[in-house]
Structure formats: structure tokens, C-alpha cells
Design a binder for this molecule. Sequence first.
Ligand code: PMP
Length: 387
Amino acid sequence: LGEDVTIKKRIMAPGPTEVPPTVLGAAGQPILHHRTPQFRAIFAQVCEKIKLVFLTKQPVITLAAGGTGGMEAVIINLSDPGEKVLVVSGGVFGERWAKIAEALGRVPVKVNVEWGQAVKPAEIEAALTANPDAVLVCGTLSETSTGVEHPIEAMAKIVAGSKAAFAVDAISGLGACRLKMDEWGVDAVVAGTQKGLMMPPGLALVALSEKGWAQARTKKGPKFYWNLETALKSLTAEKLPDTPYTPNVSLIMQLAESLKLIEAEGMEAIWKRHELLSKATRAGVNALGLKLYAPDSPSVAVTSVWAPEGLEGTAIVKKMRDEWGISIVGGQGKVKTAIFRIGHLGYADRADVLMTLAALEVVLEELKVTVPRGQGVKAAQDVFLGK
Ligand code: PMP
């Protein structure tokens, strides 16, 4: 991985995302033993500050896992084998909830949503009416594979009227898309560190509501490492929080740094920044004559775009990466080559968007796609100028 100074490396993917220098630097600190007051004091800060990002008063459990591990923990703790789990499936990550549920012997019932579209809250209502025995409804805040943001607040209202708990995969959404766990009444939120939290991959964060914890206490299915009640006990047994097993010490030290940046910016400002960057990206793409894949309910974390006629998205991705050092990504699942996606979340700013659109214009022209070169950048500039 020798550094090529003529092509700097930049990530404009929907995760992993770029990591700010102070957060990168925090990884270079010596490892603190995790059972020391020194480490536990840092962990205590992290456990408090992370609640500001989830907008919850509830404890947030830190698991040494990727985001999928956090999703598995939610299924294991909030349902038992043989129980019904409703899943909003309109992309790879909605589908992942169903795959996990199935693998663990639950009975997934899918609310199928057309890819590129958001679920209609009425569809959840109908599914709950048809499946009154469902114990859990699983949704996705930002469906990374399609670039769709789902209406979590409205969904939460509907699920609140049932006996089921509502779980949200906010792995790519937290710290980018608006989400107010307590106010909206979401019962389980899962996040990962490698997206809006501006961190390397490796930690899953899970918070449960009071209803969620009450439900977890009634579930007796087998669990060990993912047992959230065990984690909660360690977190709250003594004055300083602890973990049942060895935590990911370096990542927690890095999270302490990223939370300083998040606190300084403030959640409202963070949401507005992502709204601005996504609006500018969409304006740029539209001005180039390209078609958005999810025009009706776009996520502010990622913009998905149909590849131009006769061209695979992967060709654009390859040139952007190899010749410009900019890592955007192709599609996933059934739209693997049909679309490409530009991430603009976490440690991302206006210059990142202008740079990406400028390079995209050159790449498209070289690939013989006729685009009004300069117009994509100009449209984004206009958004930044408030025009
Ligand atoms: N859900 C969503 C919405 C995601 O974007 C991702 C990661 N792309 C995951 C789940 C899975 O996370 P991980 O790869 O960390 O297991």
C-alpha cells in the first residue's frame, strides 16, 4: 500500500468513511488495561456522550463487533426462536434483518418494498394487523444499498400501538440522518462506528428503550456473547462502567475523540450539514443529466445514481478510484452494476462534494458519456451559495 502522492486517497463511500486526524491519532496511544480506573474513566465519558448522538437517556451498549453483530444482538435479545419478526425489506440491509432472523430460527415476515422506494407507514400497519403475534418490527434508517431514508418517526408511531418492539438499523444513518430515539419511541437502535461516527470499523453500539429492556428480560432463548443484559449489568454495577469481556480499547479511545468533535458541532448542525451535502450532490448529478435511483426519499448519507445508458456503474467507480483516488462505490445485490453510489457522511464537507463532482465529470467524458462538463459542479456551488 505504498502512498502515491500523485493520486491522494479519498473516501466518498457510504462507509467506511474518512477518519479525522485527531481520531486517527487516538489509535496510536498505548493500550490501557480495561479494568483500570484510567480506562474506565474514558469509557464513562464515552458512555455518557454517545447518548447525545442517539438522543436517548438509556444506556448504550458497546459491542466489539461490526454493525451486523449489533443487529444479531437485537434479534437474539428481543425475540425468541419460533417467534415472528416483521422486516422491512427494500434493499440488502433490510434483507439482512430477515437473513439473521431466519438463521436464528425466528420466523421473518417481510414487508417487501420496491428498491429505491421508502416503506409507507400504512404498509407496516397492515402487516401488524395481519401478524398480531409479531414481537419485533425491524427497519432501516438509511438503506445504504439503495440510498433510501425510511420514515422512522412515522413507523415508530405505528409500532408503538402494537405489542411489538421497533428496532432500527441506524448503522449508516446515525450521525447523518435525523433520528430521535426517545422522542420518536424507537425501542432498539443499532449503530456502527465506520459511518457517521467518523471512526474505523469495529464497534457496534446498541441502545434499547424501557419497552425494549422489559421485552429482553422475557426472552429466554440461548445467548452468551450477545446477551445485552449481561452487558448492562457490567455497565451499571459499579460507579464506573465496565464491560463483561475485553472491550476494543483503542476504538473506545478513538470514540472518545470523535464524540468531542460531534459534541462541538452539535446534532442539529450535523444533520443540517448532511442535508446540505446531499442536496448539493443530487443537484450536481441532476445537472449532469444523470438519473437519481431514489429521488423520492433520498438518504442524506448517500446518493445513489443510475449508471448512464450502456455503461456499468463499476466502470465509473474503477476510474474514480484508480485515476482520481476517490473511492465511490457501485451498487449491491440486484443493482450491483446498474447504479453507483456517492457517500457524503461523517467527516465530509462541501469541498469533498465539489471535488467528487468535478472528477466525475471528467471520468464520464472519458467514458464517452456526453455531459455538460462544469454544470454538475456549478449546480452544487449554487446550492452552497443558497441559490
Ligand atoms: N446496515 C447498514 C444500513 C449498513 O450500511 C451496513 C454496512 N454497510 C450494515 C448494516 C452492516 O454493517 P457491518 O458491515 O459493519 O456489519
